[in-house]
Design a protein around this ligand. Structure first.
Ligand code: SF4
Length: 239
């Protein structure tokens, strides 16, 4: 797959969000390129013509902006990130998420991290320092074969569960985000046992990936019955 990487200077970095008070996206675009990704609306917003997953704008001034913005804005929880994965592969080189996290934590801003990547473990030293932080791994199915159909360029499911386990064992508050609820998600309650404090489940009916369900004959997993089955599995775990 082609990847077009562009270094850009953003105008601001802490944006208001409807989910948490602020959201911080160090990148525009996401190398994981999940088939169902709702964030592909960013193509329209930013004027990108490349397919979703094949471009990333790297906001190289994100830490500088953040240092200035936290002095002016009211302290509140920051979601890292909303429309990109903050630990997509480029982060291993650019370390923008790491630098921003360091700034937020050292200034006592509450943070919620959401990623599909075990690269988050690289920053466990900073995460451990934080007074108020939660780390979530998005895990959409227990079946890595299904993961390869819907999110072929995202990290394997066992690696994500291992990351949650390590974070949880380090005393960090963790959660699993099951969104969307893919085929095989009914097995997650058992796999995640002992690795999370809570779970968020969202069907995310965006329909971008309907063609994948059709192609592999998985339409049964788009039903209310399937969603209820997954929910009930977690209720049985007390989550
Ligand atoms: S990791 Fe998240 S932001 Fe990135 S493509 Fe997948 S769903 Fe979209």
């Amino acid at each position: 797959m082609t990847l077009i990487v562009k270094e850009v200077k953003a105008k601001s970095i802490l944006s208001l969000s409807k989910i948490y008070p602020y959201v911080l996206n160090p990148y525009t675009g996401c190398q994981h390129g999940c088939t169902y990704c709702y964030a592909r609306f960013m193509k329209r917003v930013t004027g990108h013509r490349e397919p979703w997953g094949e471009f990333v704008d790297v906001k190289i001034n994100a830490p500088d902006l953040l240092r200035k913005e936290i002095k002016k804005k009211k302290r509140a929880r920051v979601w890292v990130s909303g429309v990109c994965d903050p630990y997509q592969p480029l982060e291993a080189t650019y370390q923008l998420t790491r630098q921003c996290l360091e700034i937020l934590v050292r200034n006592n801003w509450p943070v919620i991290i959401q990623t599909r990547s075990p690269l988050v473990l690289r920053d466990i030293d900073i995460i451990r320092e934080a007074e108020d932080i939660e780390v979530g791994l998005s895990i959409t199915t227990a079946d890595d074969g299904i993961r390869k159909l819907f999110e072929p360029d995202a990290p394997p499911i066992p690696d994500r569960i291992q990351a949650l386990d390590e974070l949880h064992n380090a005393g960090i508050r963790t959660y699993a985000m099951i969104a969307p609820v893919l085929p095989g998600a009914e097995g997650l309650a058992e796999l995640l046992r002992g690795t999370i404090d809570y779970v968020l489940i969202d069907r995310m009916n965006y329909h971008y990936a309907d063609w994948v369900y059709r192609k592999y004959g998985l339409e049964d997993c788009l039903t209310d019955e399937f969603y209820d089955l997954v929910r009930q599995a977690f209720e049985g775990e007390g989550k």
